[in-house]
Design a protein around this ligand. Structure first.
Ligand SMILES: [Ca+2]
Ligand SMILES: [Ca+2]
Length: 92
């Protein structure tokens, strides 16, 4: 049976992409508190090329802000990154 290259490629590139996106989001933590506020998220999505960064930030918070404190913190970053990838945001 021929190896499934598409499957192999996805397994190799995705964790790398997640780490890059996570690092990218951290760059937008302007006040350095280790969390992303809605405004910081908006700038991050703008930086990623979103045409509706405000709306995108709203939905990202809705999906990823599990403890409902209005910011993305710690393990919520993992949800945010998966959300961003699902919507096709990548590091070009
Ligand atoms: Ca912050
Ligand atoms: Ca939170």
């Amino acid at each position: 049976m021929a190896p499934n290259y598409a499957e192999t490629k996805r397994a190799v590139t995705l964790p790398c992409e997640e780490a890059l996106l996570r690092g990218m989001f951290m760059l937008f933590d302007e006040n350095g508190d280790g969390r992303l506020s809605k405004e910081e998220l908006r700038k991050a999505f703008k930086g990623l090329g979103s045409r509706v960064p405000g709306l995108q930030a709203f939905f990202a918070l809705f999906c990823a802000d599990r403890n409902r404190d209005g910011t993305i913190n710690d393990d919520e970053f993992d949800i945010l990154v998966k959300y961003a990838i699902k919507f096709g945001y990548t590091i070009k």
